[in-house]
Write a protein that binds this ligand. Sequence first.
Ligand code: FES
Length: 145
Amino acid sequence: MNTKLQPIFDTHKGKDGALLPILHDIQHALGYVPEEAVPLIAKQLNLSRAEVHGVITYYHHFRQTPPGKHVVQLCCAEACQANGSEALAAHAAKRLQGADVTLEPVYCLGLCSIGPAVLIGEDELHAHVTPQKFDALMNGLGVKK
Ligand code: FES
């Protein structure tokens, strides 16, 4: 753990407001922010464990468990809701039952006028995602029904 975190700590050493950038970098490196990282981050930034834990749990973005093979983020913000994201989320949850996929809500992907919007992985954005299109995307990833 320490060997993966130390370069991240070194990058942000002495900078103001380093907690969020460090958490982002850890999640980018490991896929999540492990519980055992909390005391190390706290020590590094001279914060309490509770302060670090509070920030991790406040932001939905930070995962506390390892993600599945694929991460699918579905926009649940207002404009996408108006275009059917709630029905899509229900469909997606059913479609992905038992699959090694982490399905997460996200609040705006910048495609508000052409939602519902879905982000697969870190950079594969899709607009106008219907349940049928969602299934096609999952089939394309090799996610079994
Ligand atoms: S509201 Fe869904 S992309 Fe902005």
